[in-house]
Ligand binder design. Structure first.
Ligand SMILES: Nc1ncnc2c1ncn2[C@@H]1O[C@H](COP(=O)(O)OP(=O)(O)OP(=O)(O)O)[C@@H](O)[C@H]1O
Length: 322
């Protein structure tokens, strides 16, 4: 990789107080994040959390309303111009009449320094489809072609924005296996995704965003630990929110007819309170699935002033994960 062009020791990405407004929409609301060189970071969050808006600013495609972005110690556009950063975007256009090899040769002709077309095809796992026309490639193969295009400049930082959206299970697995093998070479990778299991399987570190700010930052194990919790289900005739305002330790409460579901990390306290302070009966306590936990961490219940996101937050890591 072109390490001589990188500022020595500079973080791969440094975002400070980053904000982006689109008129009245506050898409990013004061986001701080440091990604060290060599880290593989998943940028995870629900629809509209601000992932793409942030990625666009990292790539110099848009400018912040406030705050700063540094990429490998440089302004984003400068880093991109030096070939230090490349992106794999779901929507990036491909010319459908060209073959895979022709696409890469054409892209390579735009750079002064490039890796060989054969080498990037090998690394992206598309050597066997070199002669195939782009419009005959599956969605997954097209994404691996975009990955190969991104590798041509041998970038220090690779940014992937929801790279596997719409791909089937096999396509996603092949895509990630190619990315993972390449990441072994020390490249920094930031990928935005909706898929918790992808973040879990492929990232050293998960940064969870919600409404334009970071709400959790840690290893997959740390995120899962903070997302851990259980659900208390009880029958409570005539249940209402007003009856449950003093309920201790609830991360979220759902009322469905005469049933109450309470998400909590201290389900003993919840159960005790329900049994002693209300007419609740038929209590069941069950572990939450990881998807439920993710929803709990990023749901609107987190808006409460003393919301559990603040309580459960994993200390922000500024270096590589242990
Ligand atoms: N160009 C724009 N003009 C107006 N609003 C925008 C624009 N781009 C994004 N937004 C809004 O900013 C917020 C953040 O959007 P963004 O696309 O960054 O979220 P995201 O986390 O990438 O979501 P998704 O997972 O759905 O792709 C959303 O409310 C979105 O509607």
């Amino acid at each position: 990789m072109t390490s001589t062009s990188t500022r020595q020791g500079a973080p791969a990405i440094e975002l400070r107080g980053l904000r982006k407004d689109f008129g009245p929409v506050h898409a990013v609301r004061g986001l701080d994040l440091t990604v060290e060189q060599g880290e593989i970071v998943a940028f995870l969050g629900p629809n509209g959390a601000g992932k793409t808006t942030t990625v666009d600013m990292v790539l110099g495609l848009s400018t912040p309303t406030a705050g700063s972005v540094r990429v490998l110690g440089r302004e984003p556009r400068d880093a991109v111009a030096h070939g230090l950063v490349a992106a794999v975007m779901q929507t990036a256009g491909l010319l459908k009449d060209l073959t895979v090899r022709e696409t890469l040769e054409l892209t390579g002709s735009l750079f002064t320094h490039t890796s060989s077309v054969d080498a990037v095809m090998r690394r992206a796992g598309i050597t066997e489809i070199a002669g195939r026309r782009v419009d005959k490639c599956s969605g997954g193969q097209q994404q691996r072609l975009r990955f190969a295009m991104a590798l041509l400049s041998d970038p220090e930082l690779l940014v992937l924005d929801e790279p596997t959206t719409g791909m089937d299970v096999e396509g996603r697995r092949d895509f990630w296996s190619a990315i993972r093998q390449d990441a072994g070479r020390g490249r920094t990778i930031l990928f935005a995704t909706h898929y918790l299991e992808e973040a879990d399987a492929y990232a050293d570190r998960i940064v969870l965003v919600r409404k334009g700010v970071v709400v959790a930052d840690g290893t997959a194990a740390q995120i899962k630990a903070m997302a851990a919790g259980r659900t208390v289900r009880a029958t409570l005739p005539g249940a209402s929110e007003a009856m449950l305002t003093d309920l201790p330790g609830a991360d979220g409460i759902e009322i469905r007819g005469d049933s109450v579901l309470v998400h909590s990390t201290d389900t003993d306290a919840v159960a005790r309170w329900l049994l002693t302070r209300t007419d609740a009966r038929d209590l069941e306590i069950a572990a939450r699935g990881i998807e439920d936990a993710f929803i709990a961490l990023t749901s609107d219940h987190q808006d409460d002033a003393a919301g559990p996101a603040a309580d459960a937050r994993v200390p922000q890591t500024t270096g590589s994960p242990a």
